[in-house]
Write a new protein. Sequence first.
Length: 336
Amino acid sequence: MVVLGIETSCDETGIALYDTSAGILAHNLHSQIKTHQQFGGVVPELASRDHLRHLVPLLRQTLQDAGMEQDGIDAVAWTAGPGLAGALLTGATFGKTLAVSLGIPGIAVHHLEAHILAAMLDNPSLAFPFTVLLVSGGHTQLLQAKAFGKYELLGDTLDDAVGEAFDKTAKLMGMPYPGGPEIAALADRTPVSNLPPFPRPMITREGLDFSFSGLKTHVLHVWQKSAMDDAMRAAIAREFQDAVVETLTARCKKALIASRSARLVVAGGVGANRALRASLAQVLQEQGGEVFFPRIEYCTDNGAMVAFAGALRIAHGMMETDLAINVRPRWPLDEL
Ligand code: KG4
Ligand code: ZN
């Protein structure tokens, strides 16, 4: 069975074709970074319009890359939430209309579940239950994935998401949006800094929640009292990344112990961070457990994870049956 996946929840248009026996046949992404960069962040209305412009050409391109015609598609999956309302509506309307007009099943997919399941695309041995560190532009959560569709929230951020903290840190130092990859690249090129270590937020606090606003304020103070030059940008990037990686690693260790789990899945855009991947790989190796990451291109938003999540939903008999087009901009994962 071939499932078409459509991702339009934020600032990337993603289209993919997933074959339940052959895997991903083709996938394409259009990033809107250039559209939003001049505004320093995503402008929702521009995002929706840009998705509209790219959905059809991307579908055509993806069918061509897979050497397929439209009638070879057996089901359509789209991201129905969480995300920007207008952006979600473009993909949901396109997806559902296509499914109805082709007379094939349509599946509404939860964006965060798709991020989590993306780790299975390259790791077919990964089986439930497992612990999840979900780190994206909008979320920083620890979850226990008990079974397909059953995700229990263990810890959440009390303020900024970690990707957001990366982006804001970059912005206040005059670096372009999105700042995560920029800060990470700069940090990786900076072997040491002579700054005193930054705070490790909540590391000793009870429970499994996160908080990154204090770290952000610390960065602001250090930056404003400095020469605000390239050397300071590099030193801050390094110290900031070290603080974030150590905090996330300590919280993951605690979550694994609390849930008696030996398997950790890292999901979401910040999962592309190489220092974080290395740190978690080391911890899981020391503990005799296993860590699973999606490949880098499937960490940030993409259509492949949506097609794959849709295929698993079909396998579990969870298709859309009505003709209404519904999106849920706010949609907690434990309400699936
Ligand atoms: O999952 P994602 O593509 O979109 C959301 O659903 O939010 O995550 C995007 C976030 C952005 O905040 C971006 O700066 C961050 O992931 N990000 C990174 C890296 N690559 C992307 N943060 C740190 N290091 C990276 N290498
Ligand atoms: Zn995402």
